[in-house]
Design a protein around this ligand. Structure first.
Ligand code: HEC
Length: 106
């Protein structure tokens, strides 16, 4: 008897939990598409760098960090997070980002 209770108790708890769970709906704000300024490699950068996260990650970086920062950032996306970016594309993207965001704020 006690054994049967031990076996059944978790099932009863699980059933009660399922019965009490109600779906929750959240109204999320609309996604705002981020556009990159035109330039050589802009489209490649937008397509490549928006695969995992918003382009906000790119456009909101502080200005003036220079070309090496962007080269390292692209390399980090590839080596740490596994972004599928070939060597040549990585160079085009890093150059575009350095030109567009590497210098002082405009
Ligand atoms: C394979 C997925 C993936 C792709 C593709 C990707 N990223 Fe990321 N990125 C990440 C992850 C994961 C983070 C860390 C997110 C966090 O900490 O919230 C990140 C964060 C960043 C950051 C914030 C600073 C940092 O280093 O954590 C920058 C800048 C950035 N990414 C730039 C880029 C650029 C430029 C590209 C295009 C070459 C790119 N990302 C493509 C996964 C990716």
């Amino acid at each position: 008897m006690a054994r049967a209770l031990l076996v059944l108790a978790p099932a009863v708890v699980a059933l009660c939990t399922v019965a009490a769970a109600r779906p929750v709906a959240y109204a999320l704000p609309e996604e705002t598409p981020v556009a990159l300024p035109p330039g050589l490699g802009a489209e490649l950068t937008a397509a490549t760098c928006s695969a995992c996260h918003s382009l906000d990650y790119v456009t909101t970086q502080p200005r003036g960090k220079g070309a090496q920062f962007w080269k390292d950032s692209v390399a980090k996306m590839v080596s740490v997070y596994g972004a599928p970016v070939g060597k040549e594309d990585a160079e085009v993207i890093a150059t575009y980002l350095a030109t567009t965001y590497g210098g002082p704020a405009r």
